[in-house]
Design a protein around this ligand. Sequence first.
Ligand SMILES: *[C@@H]1O[C@H](CO)[C@@H](O)[C@H](O)[C@H]1NC(C)=O
Ligand SMILES: *[C@@H]1O[C@H](CO)[C@@H](O)[C@H](O)[C@H]1NC(C)=O
Length: 225
Amino acid sequence: MVYKLAIFVALAALVGTVSANVCTDAGLTTTDGFIPHPTNCSMYISCYGGQPFEVACPVGYNFNPELLKCDSKYVCVENTCPPTGIVYQPVEGSCTDYTLCIGGAAYPQQCEAGLSFDPATLKCIPAEEAQCVDNECDPAIPPPQFFVNPFDCTIFFICDEHFLPVEFQCANGTIFDTAVNDCVLGDTCPTTETTTTTVVDTTTTTGDTTTTEETTTTEEVTPTP
Ligand SMILES: *[C@@H]1O[C@H](CO)[C@@H](O)[C@H](O)[C@H]1NC(C)=O
Ligand SMILES: *[C@@H]1O[C@H](CO)[C@@H](O)[C@H](O)[C@H]1NC(C)=O
């Protein structure tokens, strides 16, 4: 009797490990591939025949979950996934990236073009609604570096020495002008968007369908020295 129970417990444990197979969870049942290691960024999981094998990257390399290979330039992002369950998490410093957590493993994801990840609803929503501002600080550009909030031209950012944006608000009655990198008199934001957006507005009026397509093109402001 006790023996039978032991077998049952052993079987349950085996079923448990099978259902927690990170490869099959990631859809790698018949196809082979690599997935990020759930706890160690300098390692990865090689899925072969549906079975997971832990592999360490060469010293000085980390597993880049986008390129799915060991990368000497990839900086690890700490895995903040809970150990169990399917959970969506925002990625700090990014408007479009988010993390899909499956059983403690982090799978980097990205919202489709024109959408931003909303930390409140944990969904990709239209960028205009989310009003999330990406870090446009470019390490290739020497300081000082400025950029304007694409949703509110009275707010601008100065990049600090770590290429992180520090937010500033223009004084009342002024708006940020990217041509001079300063707040200038004015109260109407230019209608140019920072990204190319295509607004398809379908208006159906009685018996006749009008489709207006309005394209706003990026206006690159290149300051001349
Ligand atoms: C991650 O794996 C590497 C290679 O196996 C090992 O040297 C390192 O100590 C591990 N790091 C952690 C935090 O476990
Ligand atoms: C800015 O202008 C608004 C509306 O004109 C006014 O209510 C507000 O008090 C002003 N703020 C400052 C800091 O002057």
